[in-house]
Write a protein that binds this ligand. Structure first.
Ligand code: PRP
Ligand code: URA
Length: 209
């Protein structure tokens, strides 16, 4: 079974409170989502493999460590996942970025896929799927289905706020996928929104409501 980790570092919790607040405007929301994503990337990349490298410091020769060249792909689920990409690229600038377009029918809460564009060597990359919200889990499950269908096997899912219902569904459907979240909230309401949550992440990021 993959990991389930709540990344509750004080800086992450502080910044999450800023964006949960309904008075946080689009500009601050975007900036702070970016900052939280950078902080989360630090933890999510913790098990990246290292290899030895012999170098010379000004004082002596030594065997030091460097990343073992495991290639990374960041795959945001559109739209809201886009808000997390730049923050992760701050730490992993060589990552490639794929996109999966997914929207949730507001009545049925069922996800619909409308776009998939991935790096051609996705099967050889460590994939970070990013989306601020894991609610019913439908969008994450379908996005990961789409990735696995194209050969990806090494997948981590990174979100800001999750609901117990979504975590359970995602772990049942994709037990191999590690899940990292900044908060595990209480429940989903009858409209499929996370409570207390932060509202509609896409609308808050892009100012569309
Ligand atoms: C939101 C969010 C997730 C999805 C989560 O996207 O960004 O992708 O809902 O809900 P689920 O776990 O129940 O599937 P939305 O469909 O509102 O699209 P948007 O990002 O374009 O606003
Ligand atoms: N999508 C969102 O953007 N917010 C929620 O609370 C649930 C799904």
């Amino acid at each position: 079974m993959g990991k389930f980790q709540v990344l509750d570092h004080p800086l992450i919790q502080h910044k999450l409170t800023i964006i949960r607040n309904k008075n946080c405007g689009t500009r601050s929301f975007r900036e702070v989502v970016n900052e939280i994503s950078t902080l989360m990337a630090y933890e999510v990349s913790r098990d990246m493999p290292l290899q030895d490298k012999v170098i010379e410091t000004p004082v002596a020769k030594m065997t030091a460590k460097e990343l073992a060249g495991k290639k990374v792909a960041i795959v945001p689920i559109l739209r809201a996942g886009i808000g997390m990409v730049d923050g992760i690229l701050e730490l992993i600038p060589a990552a490639k970025v794929g996109h999966i377009g997914m929207y949730r029918d507001e009545e049925t809460l069922q996800p619909h896929e409308y776009f998939v564009k991935l790096p051609s060597d996705i099967d050889q990359r460590q994939v970070f799927v990013v989306d601020p919200m894991l609610a019913t889990g439908g969008s994450a499950i379908m996005a990961i289905d789409a990735l696995k269908k194209r050969g990806a096997s090494n997948i981590k899912f990174v979100c800001l706020v999750s609901a117990p219902e979504g975590v359970k569904a995602l772990r049942a459907k994709h037990p191999d996928v590690d899940i990292y979240t900044a908060a595990l909230d209480d429940h989903l309401n009858e409209d499929g929104y996370i409570v207390p949550g932060l509202g509609d992440a896409g609308d808050r990021l892009f100012g569309t409501k």
